[in-house]
Ligand binder design. Structure first.
Ligand SMILES: [Zn+2]
Length: 411
C-alpha cells in the first residue's frame, strides 16, 4: 500500500441542504433531529473528501496506489466516483459510502480505491481507531453497559460489535518484559470466576515488572488451570531475561520450573499468598481422596478459610500479633487433624506453606506493602465476573483492561 503524500492540503467546500421537521424547539427535539441529520452529514462529508482526494490523485502523474494486476501506478481512468456501496463504522455510527473505482489503462483491471484512501485494509469495515475505542469501552465496563452508554449518546453500535472489538484487540496484544526497565518483578495468580465454564474456577496469572520511575507494568498474562504451568507467562520474556546485566529477581508463589535452564540469570524469592492456600488445599485434599463437601473436607477447608482470612482494617500491632498467634495455633490443630486422618498430601502441603504463611501480615505490620499484583487483581476481577465467557474471551478482555491501566494503551 502506497502512501498519499502528507504535505498536500485539499480545501473542500461543503454545502449542506437538509430538510427536517421539528415539533418543538426544546433541547431534546433539537438533539433528536440532529441525530437524524448526523448520518447524512457524516456520509456526505466522507464521500466528498474521498472524491476530492481521489480527483487530486487522478490529476497528478504518480499515484499513491498501483494496479493490483500489472503494478502500473501512473495511468488510470475513472470507472466511477459513486459505485457499489460499502459500510464503515465511524464512532458515531455506521455510514454507507459509494465506492470509488478506477481502471488501469495498461491492463484494463478495475479496482476500488476507497479503503486505500481511508488508510484501511481492504475488506475491513471497522477502522482500527473505531476498533480500539470499542475495545476499551467494552473492557472497562460490561458489554451491556457499553451498548447502553453508546446509545445514550447516539452511538448506534451493538453488543456483538463491541465484543468482537475486545476480542480482536485483546488477541493482538502481546506482553513481555521490557529490557530497559528494572530486572525485577512479581508473578502471582488469582482465581477468576468465569461464568459459563462448568468446571472449577480458573486461575489468572500475571507477571508484573517494576518500572524505574516507580509503579509497575504488565509483562505477561495467562488464564489456565490451578497448579497449571506458568510457562506462558514468561514465554515472550526469556530472551529479555538473558539480556539483563543483573539477574532477574522474581517474587512469586508459582511454579518456576521454567527457569531451570536459566540458572544464574534468575533469582527467585518465594512468597506465600494466603489467598491461594484454601484453594490449593482443595487440590491436595482431592489427591488424598477426601470427598468434596464431605464432613472432613468441609472441616479442613472452612478452618483454612478462617485461618487465611485477614482483616485489613486492623492496624493495632498487639491485635495483629495476637491474631497471628491464634491463627498459628489453629493451623497446628488442623494439621494434626489431617495427620490422624492420614491426609499425607495435605499435611506435607501445609508443612511447606507454614513457614511463610504469615510473612505478609507481619510485613504489613512493619509498614511494608504486600504483593503489588494483589492490587492489580482487584482492578481486573470486577470485570471478569460480569458475564458469560470463554477462557479466551476472559483473557482478551483482561489484556485490554490491564494494558489500559498499566501499559499506556489508550484509544
Ligand atoms: Zn494494470
Amino acid at each position: 500500500m502506497g502512501n498519499i503524500p502528507e504535505n498536500k492540503e485539499i480545501t473542500i467546500e461543503f454545502d449542506c441542504q437538509f430538510r427536517v421537521n421539528l415539533g418543538s424547539s426544546h433541547f431534546s427535539s433539537i438533539m433528536k433531529a440532529f441525530l437524524m441529520l448526523l448520518p447524512h452529514l457524516l456520509q456526505d462529508f466522507f464521500q466528498k473528501v474521498l472524491v476530492a482526494f481521489a480527483e487530486y490523485e487522478m490529476g497528478s502523474e504518480k499515484k499513491s496506489f498501483a494496479c493490483k494486476c500489472c503494478g502500473n501506478d501512473t495511468d488510470f481512468v475513472w470507472k466511477t466516483r459513486h459505485g457499489k456501496t460499502t459500510q464503515i463504522l465511524t464512532w458515531f455510527r455506521w455510514i454507507t459510502l459509494r465506492q470509488l473505482q478506477v481502471q488501469c489503462k495498461k491492463c484494463g483491471h478495475k479496482q476500488y480505491i476507497t479503503r486505500h484512501l481511508l488508510g484501511m485494509e481492504s475488506m475491513k469495515r471497522v477502522p482500527d481507531e473505531t476498533r480500539r475505542k470499542l475495545a476499551l469501552m467494552g473492557a472497562l465496563s460490561s458489554y451491556r453497559v457499553s451498548e447502553k452508554i453508546g446509545k445514550m449518546f447516539g452511538w448506534a453500535v451493538d453488543k456483538m460489535t463491541i465484543w468482537k472489538s475486545v476480542q480482536q484487540v485483546g488477541a493482538g496484544m502481546d506482553f513481555a518484559l521490557d529490557g530497559n526497565e528494572v530486572p525485577r518483578g512479581e508473578a502471582d495468580g488469582t482465581g477468576v470466576g468465569i461464568t459459563g465454564i462448568a468446571k472449577r474456577g480458573k486461575e489468572l496469572k500475571v507477571l508484573v515488572q517494576y518500572k524505574k520511575g516507580g509503579g509497575i507494568r504488565v509483562a505477561g498474562i495467562d488464564i489456565g488451570n490451578y497448579n497449571g504451568s506458568w510457562e506462558k507467562l514468561f514465554e515472550k520474556s526469556l530472551d529479555i531475561i538473558k539480556g539483563f546485566k543483573r539477574p532477574f529477581l522474581l517474587l512469586t508463589d508459582g511454579d518456576t520450573s521454567i527457569f531451570e535452564s536459566l540458572k544464574g540469570k534468575v533469582t527467585i524469592l518465594i512468597q506465600r499468598c494466603l489467598w491461594h492456600i484454601p484453594y490449593q488445599a482443595q487440590y491436595v485434599l482431592w489427591k488424598d481422596g477426601v470427598k468434596r463437601k464431605s464432613e472432613e473436607w468441609l472441616h479442613v477447608v472452612a478452618e483454612l478459610m478462617e485461618i487465611c482470612a485477614i482483616r485489613p482494617l486492623v492496624d493495632c500491632r498487639d491485635t495483629i500479633e495476637a491474631m497471628v498467634a491464634s491463627k498459628r495455633d489453629r493451623l497446628e490443630k488442623i494439621m494434626e487433624y489431617c495427620r490422624t486422618k492420614g491426609y499425607t498430601h495435605t499435611v506435607s502441603y501445609l508443612e511447606n506453606a507454614r513457614g511463610d504463611m504469615f510473612t505478609a501480615i507481619e510485613n504489613r505490620l512493619e509498614g511494608k506493602t504486600t504483593s503489588r499484583v494483589e492490587r492489580l487483581f482487584r482492578t481486573v476481577n470486577m470485570r471478569v465476573n460480569v458475564s458469560k465467557w470463554s477462557v479466551e474471551g476472559a483473557l482478551n478482555v483482561t489484556k485490554v483492561r490491564l494494558a489500559y491501566y498499566y501499559n499506556g494503551f489508550d484509544a
